[in-house]
Design a binder for this molecule. Structure first.
Ligand code: ZN
Ligand code: ZN
Length: 178
């Protein structure tokens, strides 16, 4: 397993002067080492990811805002068909300079730089996962599968049914009144 220091989500911002108003743009391109997503839909391990962002020095840290592109795969929640989901999301996060980080419970939620490094993985994961549908569908009006035979409703006649004859009556099926 690679050490955390090599994570592609750790971005070195040493080129960005720590003077409010300074700005640099960055582009990252790499293959994911760990899937991002939900049980139903995820950008899988090995999938390419493209991140473009600008880092803007503000008084207490660096404001990072940008876009992440990739593609996720999953299964339709109704018919279990494979789904290809395009990921193209915006993200934005403030990373405080270490020196500005106060040990305060309220600030626990905030991100802080690690020296010149901003670890953007959480911001990316949140941007990707929070926009994923909880119940992904292959298409809006997917009719799903017949619960009896597992065939997709699209391929079945509208009057498709599985009428079950009660076995107790089957002996009477050919019964004719005399
Ligand atoms: Zn479907
Ligand atoms: Zn059926």
């Amino acid at each position: 397993m690679k050490s955390k220091a090599q994570s592609p989500f750790r971005v070195n911002l040493h080129e960005l002067p720590r003077r409010a108003g300074e700005m640099r743009t960055y582009q990252l391109q790499f293959q994911l080492e760990e899937a991002i997503g939900t049980a139903m839909l995820a950008i899988r391990k090995g999938e390419g990811m493209e991140i473009e962002f600008k880092a803007e020095a503000v008084s207490d840290g660096v404001l990072i805002s940008g876009n992440v592109k990739s593609s996720a795969k999953g299964e339709c929640g109704r018919c279990l068909d494979e789904i290809n989901w395009k990921v193209d999301e915006e993200f934005r996060e403030l990373f405080l300079y270490e020196s500005r980080k106060v040990d305060d419970e309220e600030e626990d939620e905030l991100f802080a730089m690690d020296g010149d490094i901003a670890e953007i993985e959480t911001a990316i994961r949140d941007a990707v996962v929070l926009t994923m549908p909880i119940n992904p569908l292959c298409k809006e009006d997917c009719k799903g599968l017949c619960s009896e035979c597992g065939e997709r409703w699209e391929n079945l006649a509208p009057d498709h049914t599985h009428e079950k004859t009660d076995p107790r009556w089957s002996g009477l099926a050919g019964w004719q009144p005399k």
